[in-house]
Design a protein around this ligand. Structure first.
Ligand code: TXA
Ligand code: MG
Length: 316
């Protein structure tokens, strides 16, 4: 079933069912965050390992206070600046949050999405919504309802809110005594966050702090490689190019230009969509994606591309 009726979707959440819903970043696979049985079904449907914790989505700051213990002033400053928005804070969890949501960690990722459908769904459900991206574990994230249907046809309800506007997942941070650390890059950059709270440059090395920082992720069902001297020498007449600058476009079977004017935000919006398009296109045997400088939003894009190519590069 595929619909735009938020009341039906909210009813499903209240009954412990799973609802795929739009956010500004990617579609999420949502369940009542306070219902461990419902949350367990998310892991089952996604085939997600139980060590990979979920983000809890809220619609107002009052919820933050019940879900988190010990909020300091920095949390409010960050919330004021970046919420609603593609920004997740990992904070000490309160006992209200079931352990299955956080994979047993003492912390929980919280985010207020900047998408009216998502916010309205949370409000009408009357509970915070735990949601990972609505794809099979390790695969390409969905930016449309059709992408969700392709990977998770068995989901109880898909709330269709059209194409997402950011295109890649939220920036995830955690707070230390010194400042903030980035657990996942997104379109809200280290520099922007640094204007609110100091950046803590200590490298994040503890696996338990960032269980989602896997080397392989966002992986298409067809080979994807980052375009470089070596990969551009493959037989690209059978390949699709995810193009940014326009400089590499000759000789490819197909080209998808993600931006007309070198705008990294547009690359973020179009990246997963282009991966889905080539994955579904039988005339394309594999795809190359144009790399960008690892600065600002470029960090988030290169993070997605490296993870998407990881297993494919190893196989070559
Ligand atoms: O934009 C987004 O964040 C999307 C939309 C649906 O909101 N959600 C999303 O969820 O990308 P997911 O499950 O695909 O990625 C969540 C990642 C986990 O893999 C993990 O790395 C990190 O968030 N995470 C969640 N809780 C954490 C915690 N307590 N400590 C450390 N990392 C955490
Ligand atoms: Mg994901």
């Amino acid at each position: 079933m595929n619909n735009t009726d938020i009341d039906i979707a909210a009813g499903a959440i209240r009954e412990g069912k799973l609802v795929a819903f739009p956010t500004e970043t990617v579609y999420g696979l949502g369940a009542n965050a306070l219902d461990p049985m419902a949350v367990a079904r998310i892991f089952e449907l996604k085939e997600r390992p139980s060590f990979d914790p979920l983000i809890v989505h809220i619609a107002g700051l009052d919820a933050l206070e019940t879900l988190v213990s010990g909020i300091d002033d920095r949390v409010y400053r960050l919330a004021e600046r970046f919420w609603p928005g593609p920004f997740t804070m990992v904070l000490p969890k309160s006992s209200v949050i079931p352990d299955i949501v956080t994979s047993g960690l003492p912390s929980v990722g919280i985010r207020m999405p900047a998408n009216e459908t998502a916010l309205e769904l949370i409000r009408r459900s009357g509970c915070p919504i735990a949601a990972p991206s609505a794809n099979k574990f390790g695969r390409i994230s969905p930016t449309t309802a059709a992408h969700v249907r392709k990977q998770l046809p068995e989901v109880d309800f898909i709330l269709d809110g059209g194409k997402t506007t950011v295109g890649i997942e939220s920036t995830i941070i955690r707070l230390t005594e010194r400042g903030f650390q980035v657990l996942r890059n997104g379109i809200i950059t280290r520099e922007e966050i640094g204007a609110v709270v100091p950046f803590d440059p200590t490298p994040v090395t503890d696996d338990r702090a960032a269980p989602g920082m896997l080397k392989s992720h966002y992986s298409p069902g067809k080979m994807l490689l980052i375009a470089d001297r070596e990969t551009l020498h493959l037989d690209i007449s059978k390949a699709g190019l995810i193009s940014f600058s326009g400089d590499l476009e000759s000789g490819f079977r197909k080209v998808l230009r993600v931006s007309e004017n070198l705008d990294l935000k547009e690359y973020a919006v179009g990246l997963f969509e282009a991966m889905h398009t080539f994955e579904d296109d039988d005339s394309v045997e594999f795809m190359l994606a144009e790399p960008v400088d690892e600065k600002g939003i470029g960090r988030a894009i290169m993070d997605r591309l490296r993870k998407a190519e990881h297993d494919w590069r190893k196989k070559r």
